[in-house]
Design a protein around this ligand. Structure first.
Ligand code: SAH
Length: 251
């Protein structure tokens, strides 16, 4: 069944109006007719089965048949704090981390990250990353969109508590793997994890010291130095494998 994203605010009753490019796609590309079924998802964890009722000039009216909780969310909430990367690397990350099932992406500035862009530019970039995350959501059939946070500083990041039961910095100078750095790996105990990754320039010793003082553990991603954009994907894959829903049997 074809799936479309619908803003939660548009779901006000049993009949919903789909507008814009999705409406045009349903009519002109898919050539769907009244009576055909489509899937909808709101990016907040709900999915819907709907029936096309009316094909109008600028919209398609559908009726909701069924509402259900999305089954594609991981049991572990992974929050990724990523030092700002250059060029389009953050765009790519927003898409890849959505696919891997990351709950939230928080960009931050650090000692060795690119010079801090101005506020206006950051707000435009954040909007772009949000859009990319929604696009990725459609493709990967996830129920929840990866929330994109405002860009904050490294010092703000290490003060985040947010009831995270594991706070971990992936540090290029660490030699202990994740499984050593954390305990109870086999119990799949962690439900909310904050994973921090550096910029192209990595972290300073002082930043690591400060993070440790705030309760962070440090872990390695193996003996090779990964490019920042590769590191975030590798780190999240490992965390989803150990604690989430990648590679392990559902219990
Ligand atoms: N310029 C640094 C590397 C930075 S890599 C140097 O040459 O040492 C960018 C980020 O990716 C790092 O800050 C870290 O968060 C992550 N990363 C890359 N390779 C890693 C590894 N082997 N172990 C842990 N983290 C790694």
């Amino acid at each position: 069944m074809r799936r479309f994203f619908i803003e939660e605010s548009k779901i006000t009753g049993p009949m919903i109006s789909i507008t814009g490019s999705d409406a045009a796609h349903i009519k002109k590309v898919l050539r769907m007719k009244s009576g055909d079924r489509i899937g909808l998802f709101d990016g907040r964890g709900f999915e819907y089965e709907a029936r096309i009722e009316n094909l109008l000039a600028g919209s398609v009216e559908v009726s909701i048949i069924k509402r259900f909780l999305s089954a594609s969310e991981s049991p572990v909430q992974i929050i990724v704090a990523q030092a700002l990367l250059k060029d389009k690397k953050m765009d790519i990350l927003a898409r890849q981390l959505t696919e891997i099932g990351v709950a939230r992406l928080i960009p931050f500035t650090s000692i060795r990250s690119v010079p801090r862009p101005d506020k206006k530019r950051l707000s435009a970039r954040r909007k772009r990353w949000e859009k990319i995350a929604i696009e990725a959501l459609k493709q990967c059939r996830r129920g929840h969109v990866t929330k994109i946070g405002e860009t904050i500083t490294f010092n703000d990041i290490i003060k985040i508590n947010d009831e995270c039961d594991l706070k971990i910095v992936f540090w290029e100078n660490e030699s202990k793997p994740v499984s050593d750095a954390v305990q109870q790996v086999h119990d799949r105990h962690y439900r909310k994890i904050l994973a921090v990754l550096g910029s192209e320039g990595g972290f300073s010793e002082k930043e690591i010291e400060d993070a440790r003082a705030c309760g962070f553990v440090t872990a390695s991603l193996g003996p090779r130095i990964l490019r920042a954009e590769t590191a975030a994907v590798a780190a999240c894959t490992i965390l989803q494998y150990l604690f989430g829903d990648m590679g392990l049997k559902k219990s």
